[in-house]
Design a protein around this ligand. Structure first.
Ligand code: GMT
Length: 378
């Protein structure tokens, strides 16, 4: 199959899923064309089946807001026509699904029928999408897609709840490449971070409000009173500065390291004992799955799609959003002795295996075939 993939090329979860999916499809013999405004972060190597088409937006002085969506639609028309693509798979509804709809209409005038699959990732529905600024367009473009997938059952239900959706939504969860996300021997790194063999607690995110990163710091402060430990904060974003400030106020800065954006997250996870994700909303929680694949149990909020991943009391614990005391109590329970920690670690890895790439990739391939067959019949 010749597949066009549209995504945000940044470090965000939807971009990671789109890029890893494209790579896996290419490995499986498909020809994959990424169409986006810069080279996706994890697409920094050569493969004969992978192509990248850059969308450049004119910055004509009249434009206070450069019309990216139009540039993307035009690029899609160009790539579909000349590369003879079979299907477009757009990740994140805004503005990719509406750009794909426009491209589809234009391509129809050339006698080309191109099916569009839209994958909903979370904030495109739960946060930005349902904002009245975008809602009519998001609703329309989801309904006009030939196939729609959501990364969890909860996101599917949320989409039906907040939008008038006539299409059937298929749930295809996030996945993990267990060949990459696996324990790496990084003992020297562990020694440097935790010289007294302290427990290592980790959080990775884009430090946006929805991640409640200050909760991570507050939970850690409570853990620290009971269990000698260190906290690694990985990633960057608007709330990082508030977290740093809070560490100073709580006088725990010497036990907390802010590592910024990191490519090899699996190496950091390899030395970690516990992952904390206290998010306000999380459609799936890919970062928690990455941790679990590296044998790291997780403390999460019980929101969104997280209960579909984190098995309470088995792979970690889930507590109400903002319940710092409960999260700290559960963290201490996991960390307090080696035997308990080992059990949770084994369970985390076992659960992560349910989301192995080899199990989820065929779900996308089968869905593409279904959508293509349906389009041919019509
Ligand atoms: O986590 C983020 O805020 C980034 C965001 C994105 O779209 O890039 O992630 C969303 O998509 C991921 C991949 O499907 C999911 O695993 C995340 O749970 C989801 N984030 C939220 O719902 C907040």
């Amino acid at each position: 199959m010749k597949i066009g993939i549209v995504c945000y090329p940044t470090f965000g979860g939807s971009g990671v899923v789109a890029t890893e999916l494209g790579k896996a499809l290419a490995d499986n013999g498909h020809q994959v064309h990424f169409i986006t405004y810069s080279q996706p972060a994890r697409l920094d190597f050569f493969s004969e089946n992978l192509f990248y088409h850059e969308v450049s937006v004119s910055n004509y002085p009249l434009f206070d807001y450069a019309p990216y969506e139009l540039a993307l639609a035009s690029k899609l028309v160009d790539v579909v026509r000349f590369e003879k693509l079979d299907l477009l798979h757009v990740h994140y509804a805004i503005p990719h699904a509406s750009a794909a709809f426009m491209a589809k209409q234009i391509l129809a005038t050339f006698g080309i029928q191109i099916p569009v699959v839209t994958t909903l990732h979370g904030t495109d529905i739960t946060l930005v999408g349902k904002d009245p600024t975008y809602k009519p367009v998001v609703t329309f473009s989801i309904n006009q897609s030939d196939g729609v997938t959501a990364v969890s059952q909860n996101l599917k239900e949320d989409t039906y709840k907040h939008f008038d959706i006539l299409n059937e939504i298929r749930v295809i969860p996030n996945f993990i490449d267990l060949k990459r996300f696996t324990l790496k021997p990084k003992d020297h790194f562990k020694k440097a971070i935790a010289p007294q063999d302290e427990r290592i607690i980790v959080h990775t995110s884009n430090f946006r409000k929805v991640k409640r990163t200050q909760d991570v710091v507050r939970i850690f402060e409570k853990i620290l009173k009971e269990v000698p430990s260190k906290l690694l904060m990985v990633g960057d974003g608007p709330d990082r500065v508030y977290c740093e400030q809070l560490c100073r106020e709580l006088n725990i800065s010497e036990n907390v390291r802010f590592l910024g954006k990191q490519d090899a997250v699996e190496e950091i996870l390899s030395v970690s004992d516990l992952f904390i994700m206290p998010s306000e909303s999380e459609s799936f929680g890919l970062a928690a799955l990455e941790a679990m694949a590296c044998k790291v149990p997780v403390i999460t909020s019980n929101t969104g799609g997280l209960p579909e991943l984190n098995v309470n009391g088995v792979t970690g614990f889930m507590d109400n959003i903002g319940d710092i005391d409960a999260m700290a109590g559960h963290a201490i329970h996991i960390l307090k002795d080696d035997e308990t920690l080992m059990l949770f670690k084994e369970n985390a890895l076992k659960r992560a295996k349910d989301f192995d790439l080899s199990l989820i990739l065929p779900l996308y391939e089968e869905y593409y075939k279904e959508v293509l067959d349906k389009t041919l019949v019509n």
